[in-house]
Design a protein around this ligand. Structure first.
Ligand SMILES: Cc1cc2nc3c(=O)[nH]c(=O)nc-3n(C[C@H](O)[C@H](O)[C@H](O)COP(=O)(O)OP(=O)(O)OC[C@H]3O[C@@H](n4cnc5c(N)ncnc54)[C@H](O)[C@@H]3O)c2cc1C
Length: 499
């Protein structure tokens, strides 16, 4: 049985070094910057442990005694992919799509690693046994894996080993009989402060000379020497759940990871001094496409939430029946159905590794297409909603609690309302809308949807490479080759001149 929310919260009370505003946070389950989000994540575990959705979120693999989180399970048929999608959808709906890095994200990546373990078999270091033990450890504990697999933006024109100092990116500085010592930094540890373990690696290609940086390992978050430097907390800035309903509960946090001479036992190392395996573990296994499976379901859910918000805003403004507003709402529903169709199509076009009975993953081609579509579309969705909402998003009392004030409350109730929507209901709706569209939390989400899956200058040329441009070019060329100057009716110089 997966652990409960209480078990999860208890596990967070360890010696983890989380820094916020110059302070070393003692207990993130009690601190005002983290506690509500920790509870939202605990609720996800409760849903899986003992609720009506237990059988959706967990599975008991054949020949085993324990139910495990479905995201850790390796699917082998199309219907298992569909069942995994139902699990992603259930957890996504619990945060309306605003917890991007819920525990299922990296769990499904780990299921991707074990679907192609040969990628970890380097000549000098063979990580396959460690990988199998790692998958078992994470699955049996229903552990929450955070990850930092991007180097900090220090000088993007230079490779890891060419940076002006050696320890800017995580690298191995010492080898011991029982493990290695690593030093340096990685970004962006989304939800890392809420995790059980952090996996440290590099998803972008490394240069051949970057061998000291070419490694991947996973260690507990409270490992001595690991430091998490948190960004501004939106949860801490929230006045109340009523005033900031999303940022007060779903601020998954992003932290810079610093490894200050961290000891990593050999058994926690997955790739070592191997440029190729360190890159291929993400791309030569289904890890990345599995990420997209989770992320595309969450994205679809988020668009459902935002479209529902648009409908409520239009109704509250009494503009719902106006033809231009109906066009805007129709466009939003069309976009959301594109997002949904991509999930269904990617599952239908699934790919199988090693023939019948082997692990399956969603279509790589459609996963890439989702990457190209989602980041560009998200700002357009927000722009449509802002146009629908108008100035009411801004013309709001600072807090809904102004309604409780004996003098002020009367005025707010009189002027902040619309037909059929009394003040408290309208303020509640518009505060939710601002948190989703315009707050600092909302801006972070816009940046997240654009960048969480990498930078466009990296992935768009990759989509070109994999997209068989030769076939597309040949197809259009066949049209050009089908006619000549002066050929066919009306194509000659005379007929052109006669028009
Ligand atoms: C909210 C958020 C959460 C994230 N969470 C995680 C996480 O949990 N774990 C994790 O590992 N990563 C995470 N990421 C990091 C994400 O993987 C990176 O942001 C992404 O890989 C892009 O890298 P970058 O931000 O360093 O951008 P850069 O690579 O620095 O690119 C930024 C811009 O610089 C320009 N540019 C830079 N280099 C070039 C070049 N060579 N050619 C042309 N143009 C160039 C482009 O305009 C590009 O858009 C997160 C990012 C965000 C925004």
């Amino acid at each position: 049985m997966p652990r409960t929310g209480q078990d999860y919260l208890a596990s967070l009370r360890d010696g983890r070094a989380v820094w916020l505003d110059g302070e070393l946070v003692k207990d993130i389950t009690e601190h005002h910057a983290f506690r509500n989000t920790a509870r939202s994540i605990a609720d996800l575990y409760d849903l899986a442990a003992d609720g009506p959705a237990r059988d959706v979120l967990t599975v008991q693999p054949e020949g085993t005694e324990q139910r495990i989180l479905r995201a850790y399970h390796v699917p082998r048929t199309h219907s298992e992919l569909v069942e995994r999608r139902a699990a992603f959808k259930t957890w996504s709906e619990a945060s309306y799509g605003f917890l991007g890095r819920s525990p299922d994200y990296m769990a499904t990546g780990i299921a991707g690693f074990v679907s192609a373990p040969e990628v970890f078999a380097g000549a000098e270091f063979d990580g396959r046994d460690n990988l199998a033990a790692y998958h078992r450890r994470m699955t049996e504990g229903s552990l929450y894996q955070a990850f930092t697999i991007t180097n900090p933006q220090i000088d993007r024109t230079k490779s890891a080993s060419e940076q002006e100092e050696d320890d800017l990116y995580v690298r191995v500085v010492k080898e011991r009989d029982d493990g290695i010592v690593v030093r340096g930094a990685k970004m962006i540890g989304t939800a890392a402060v809420f995790g059980d373990e952090i996996i440290v690696g590099t998803i972008e290609p490394l240069a051949p000379q970057d061998v000291d940086y070419a490694l991947c390992f996973s260690v507990p978050i409270d490992t001595p020497g690991l430091k998490f430097i948190s960004r501004t907390s939106y949860e801490a800035g929230a006045r109340s759940v009523f005033d900031n309903p999303l940022s007060s509960r779903f601020d998954e946090n992003d932290a810079l990871l610093v490894c200050d001479d961290v000891f990593v036992p050999w058994e926690n190392v997955l790739t070592y001094r191997n440029v190729d395996a360190t890159f291929q573990m993400w791309w030569g296994t289904p890890a990345y496409t599995n990420f997209v499976h989770q992320a595309s379901v969450r994205y679809w859910t988020k668009l459902e939430f935002l479209t529902g918000l648009a409908i409520l805003l239009a109704k509250s403004n009494n503009t719902y029946h106006l033809p231009p507003v109906q066009m805007q709402l129709g466009r939003l529903i069309g976009w959301l159905n594109i997002a949904k169709s991509m999930v269904l199509a990617a599952e239908t076009e699934y790919e199988q590794i090693g023939g019948a009975g082997g692990p399956v993953h969603i279509s790589r081609e459609i996963a890439s297409a989702h990457r190209a579509m989602a980041g560009d579309l998200y700002p357009k969705v927000l722009a449509e909603l802002k146009m629908l909402a108008g100035g009411g998003l801004i013309q709001l009392p600072a807090s809904g609690y102004d309604l409780d004030h004996p003098e002020l409350g009367r005025l707010v109730a009189k002027y902040v309302r619309s037909p059929g929507t009394p003040a408290e209901q309208r303020i509640k709706l518009l505060k939710l809308a601002w948190d989703a569209l315009g707050s600092e939390f909302a801006s972070r989400h816009e940046q997240y949807e654009r960048f969480y899956h990498g930078a466009p200058h990296v992935y768009l040329p990759g989509i070109l490479r994999d997209g068989r441009p030769d076939l597309l070019e040949a197809f259009t060329q066949s049209c050009l080759d089908g006619y000549e100057l002066g050929e066919g009716p009306g194509a000659g110089a005379g007929s052109h001149g006669g028009r």
